[in-house]
Design a protein around this ligand. Structure first.
Ligand code: 5GP
Ligand code: 5GP
Length: 259
């Protein structure tokens, strides 16, 4: 009898283990309230580049991104807090292999570092975003593919770089722009108030927020913006000039080129 029970338990365990690589680790976090699409400004992020590697889009020389790129799609709570690492789902890049062109272009890593995954290992920027934030986007998303695909789609539907460009706010190492003007341009385009995050006076990130059905809504952090906590009244959108030699570090000659 005991051996039958053991066998049954083993079968149940194996069925669970092979049903998918999803293991619930934190059921205590309640369902999120809304999404924040966090966009990063490469001109600001890449200024901190000290060395290069192939995965870092700051190192693409003249092909380095010049528009806002995606940092992540984050499930948030209305009280300003957010859930993270909601269940164990080890990132599997194969699941999003058909999205690679879009991800490399619009959601590149701007760093050579390997961020930590929820279970303490090290992985890719995409893996970090999926495990930390994507796993908390249930019941809207249950898998990597839909999380990344939808994020790319809403990013392409809300072109913040173009909205700012049309209003005259373009990358510059000499101009300062009124924060209020930048916010107004986004309000006029999408009818919501974004959250703006600065590093000193340079815009680091702009976040636009969405209900669970992806209709735009104000971000909770936009209230902070009104009290001018994060950014000064005049802000910059720095241009990024790749460091000397970056392209060389990246461009390892192939065997044939080396001959
Ligand atoms: P930082 O301290 O650099 O603003 O944020 C560090 C990390 O905390 C972010 O990359 C992100 O993972 C998380 N984080 C910061 N602000 C928010 C937020 O408003 N919502 C969510 N979901 N995560 C955030
Ligand atoms: P978050 O701030 O989203 O919690 O964490 C982002 C993690 O990914 C950090 O460990 C950071 O070093 C790494 N990382 C890799 N590429 C990027 C990038 O392009 N932007 C940001 N913000 N973090 C990146």
């Amino acid at each position: 009898m005991a051996s039958r029970i053991c066998l049954l338990l083993l079968v149940v365990f194996l069925a669970g283990a092979f049903a998918g690589d999803v293991i619930e680790v934190n059921k205590s976090q309640r369902e999120f309230d809304y999404f924040a699409l966090s966009l990063q400004w490469p001109g600001t992020y890449c200024r901190g580049t000290r060395h290069c590697c192939s995965k870092n889009a700051c190192c693409r020389g003249s092909d380095a991104p010049t528009q806002f790129t995606i940092h992540g799609l984050w499930p948030d709570y209305n009280d300003g807090s957010w859930p993270s690492c909601c269940y164990r789902s080890d990132f599997n890049e194969k699941e999003i292999s058909t999205l690679m062109d879009g991800l490399e272009k619009y959601w590149p890593s701007l760093s050579c570092g390997s961020p930590s995954s929820c279970n303490g290992g090290k992985g890719s920027f995409w893996g970090h975003e999926w495990e930390k934030h994507g796993t908390c986007s249930s019941p809207v998303f249950h898998d990597e593919y839909n999380y990344f695909l939808t994020t790319l789609n809403i990013y392409l539907k809300h072109n913040v770089t173009d909205v700012l460009y049309q209003a005259g706010y373009v990358a510059s190492n000499s101009e300062k722009y009124p924060l209020g003007g930048i916010v107004t341009a986004i309000q006029n385009a999408f009818h919501i108030t974004p959250e703006v995050v600065c590093k000193k006076d340079a815009i680091d990130e702009i976040r636009i927020c969405f209900y669970k059905d992806f209709k735009p809504r104000d971000c909770v952090g936009s209230k902070e913006l009104m009290s001018r906590k994060s950014c000064p009244q005049y802000v910059s959108l720095p241009e990024y000039t790749p460091l000397d030699g970056e392209a060389m570090v990246l461009k390892m000659p192939t065997e044939r080129e080396a001959l």
